[in-house]
Each structure stands twice: as C-alpha cells, then as structure tokens.
Design a protein around this ligand. Structure first.
Ligand code: HEC
Length: 169
C-alpha cells in the first residue's frame, strides 16, 4: 500500500465517519482499485528502478555487439569500443545502487548480496575488467572474429553474478 493512497484513505475515513452512508461502502473499493492501478503502472521505484534500467542498458549494449558477432550487423570497432566503455562506467555504479536490504518488489535482487558483499563487488569488478578488455581488443581489431573471446568472457561475468545474486524466474 503506498503512503499517498494510505493518506487519502485515512482522510476519507474521517469524512465518512460522520455520514456513514452507503456511499462509504462504494468509495472504499474504488479507492483500492485506483491505488492498485497506480502501483502496477509505476512498477519499480527509486533505486530498484534505477539499477534495473542500468542493467537493461548493459543488456542493450551486449545485444548490439552480439548482433555483430552473429553477423546480423556489420562490425564497427568504434561502436563496440563505445559500448564496452559504457559497460565499464555502469560497472562502477553497481555497488552504490545496491544499498543493504533493497529488495522491494519487483526487484529480483536477493539478500545474499549483502551476506557476501565482497564477492558481489568482486564480480562487479570482474565485469569491468572484461569490458575494458573487450573495448581494447575492438580498437585493435579489423575482424569480428578477433573480439569473440573477449565478448564471451564478458558474457560469462553476467551469468556468474546472476546465478548467485538474482532470483531465477
Ligand atoms: C555483480 C553482479 C551483476 C553483474 C556483474 C551483472 N548483473 Fe545483471 N543483475 C544483477 C542483479 C542483482 C539484478 C537484479 C536487480 C533487481 O531486480 O533489483 C540484475 C538484473 C539484470 C537484468 C534485469 C533488469 C530488469 O529490468 O529486471 C538484466 C537484463 C541484466 N541484469 C543484464 C546483465 C548483463 C547483460 C550483464 C553483463 C554484461 C549483467 N547483468 C551483469 C547483478 C549483476
């Protein structure tokens, strides 16, 4: 229940106290319905929303490079390097986007993150190092084949962290 809706419900309850009419009975379910809708629409909030968006952006960069690897898109070294550098920047932000206990729905984060914080930070760093390596190799490569190993290594860092620290569907 959101604080805003709660406040509204309380003030309505006060109003209704005097009248105690049938309207009262009709009003409450309507209020709950509106609140439910507002929550469903806004989805994640605050820091959870921020880090979900950051993860989605990382996934977007990976997808773009992945399409080059699969031959669905021409290899442009610069684009790979820029994507990899963006992932480096994102990696640096990950620890601060996970304040202890922040697992409000619809977050898929698990409390193990804070029980094993050192490992979580190490995996973040690992992603950063692998992204740096991908960026560097892209800048030195003429052929998409040359960056495959670095791309694969970076991809493994995602699953390594998700395995332990993200709820599986
Ligand atoms: C250090 C740990 C860690 C690393 C490394 C990591 N992730 Fe995540 N990722 C998480 C956690 C934890 C969540 C769940 C966050 C939440 O829901 O609050 C998540 C969620 C996601 C999501 C879902 C976002 C959403 O909107 O629900 C995507 C997509 C994702 N990660 C992609 C990636 C990709 C791609 C990589 C690698 C390039 C990566 N992640 C690396 C920890 C990590």
């Amino acid at each position: 229940m959101c604080a805003r809706c709660n406040a509204r419900t309380v003030s309505n309850r006060r109003l209704a106290g005097r009248k105690r009419s049938i309207r009262n009975v009709l009003l409450f379910p309507a209020l709950f319905a509106v609140c439910g809708l507002a929550l469903a629409h806004s989805g994640a909030e605050g820091i959870v929303k921020e880090r979900m968006e950051l993860m989605k952006s990382i996934a977007g960069q990976m997808k773009m490079v992945g399409r080059m690897i699969k031959g669905e898109k021409d290899f442009v070294a610069d684009q790979v390097a820029i994507a990899a550098e963006a992932i480096v920047g994102h990696a640096e932000k990950i620890p601060e986007l996970f304040p202890e206990g922040s697992i409000e729905p619809p977050s898929e984060a698990v409390t193990a993150i804070w029980q094993d914080w050192d490992k979580f930070v190490r995996l973040t760093n690992d992603m950063k190092l692998k992204a740096q390596a991908l960026g560097m190799s892209a800048r030195q490569s003429e052929d998409i084949k040359d960056i495959r190993p670095q791309f694969g290594a970076l991809g493994k860092t995602c699953s390594a962290c998700h395995e332990d620290f993200r709820k599986s569907e």
